[in-house]
Design a protein around this ligand. Structure first.
Ligand code: UDP
Length: 242
């Protein structure tokens, strides 16, 4: 039987230990936060939508040769994952300019990038997850130069899988955030989640900049129908395989 000892409670998920030290249980909550937790709320059903979406995407990625921490979905809100040491980096991949890229560079929302942009942010709430330079990342020893090369390659490969996958679903993958962990053999594997909480997803059949949003920007910017958008992403994602 699974032993429920809470290891960590984050903004959107709870991590429990199990009777196997190599396995953890992730519980996906309905709680939502934005702007470094300055905005808080709840999206009814989000936990189950994100758990189903992330499980399905992890399976697609595994089938494409990308190692992930995913083991299996065990209930509507829960998945069993491999225990890893999380690398304190948020790896963001962008195909289209949005969010902080627009704010910090002046690029217009929706500018198509000629090639995907990979960025590293310091996973540190107290500092507000700042954008890192490679030299700062190495200075802080957040990863080795070799690991950075590997993280970049994995992030781009994941984009190469997810972009066409979402296209099949009628969704444009604008950008997304990844987290990685080191397994017991010190191998880098994909961890955390991939969901509308961590991606920007635009409905392809809608050009209206507000209507098209199918991700957490609906919550961030009070666009309404947040749960419905997450549910629609789930329904489309579950209908497709690579
Ligand atoms: N993102 C995330 N967690 C974070 C910061 C960003 O999942 O702590 C995701 C976000 O949903 C988007 C992408 O990473 O899909 C790029 O986010 P951006 O840097 O534009 O920041 P934002 O505008 O969301 O503050």
């Amino acid at each position: 039987m699974t032993v429920r000892s809470k290891l960590y409670e984050g903004k959107a998920k709870i991590l429990y230990a199990t009777d196997d030290p190599a396995v953890l249980l992730t519980y996906f909550k309905d709680d939502a936060t934005a702007f470094n937790a300055q905005k808080r709320g709840s999206i009814e059903g989000k936990g189950s939508f994100n758990c189903a979406i992330a499980s399905h995407l992890f399976k697609q990625l595994e089938a494409s040769g990308i190692a992930t921490h995913f083991i299996e979905q065990t209930s509507a809100n829960e998945m069993r994952v491999q225990a890893v040491n999380i690398v304190p980096l948020e790896v963001v991949v962008r195909n289209i300019a949005a969010g902080s890229l627009c704010q910090q560079t002046g690029l217009s929302l929706g500018t198509v990038l000629h090639q995907p942009l990979v960025e590293f942010y310091y996973k540190n709430d107290a500092l507000g997850d700042p954008l890192l330079t490679l030299d700062r990342l190495l200075l802080l020893a957040l990863a080795t130069a070799e690991q950075v090369t590997q993280l970049r390659a994995m992030a781009l490969k994941i984009n190469d899988v997810l972009k066409p996958f979402f296209l099949q679903c009628g969704i444009t993958l604008v950008d997304f955030k990844l987290e990685f962990g080191l397994d017991q053999q010190q191998r880098l594997i994909l961890a955390d989640e991939i969901s509308p909480d961590t991606c920007r997803l635009w409905n392809q059949t809608d050009d209206d900049p507000k209507q098209r949003v199918m991700d957490k920007d609906r919550f961030r910017h009070d666009l309404g129908d947040v749960a419905l958008a997450y549910q629609q992403v789930m329904e489309r994602v579950l209908q497709h395989t690579l």
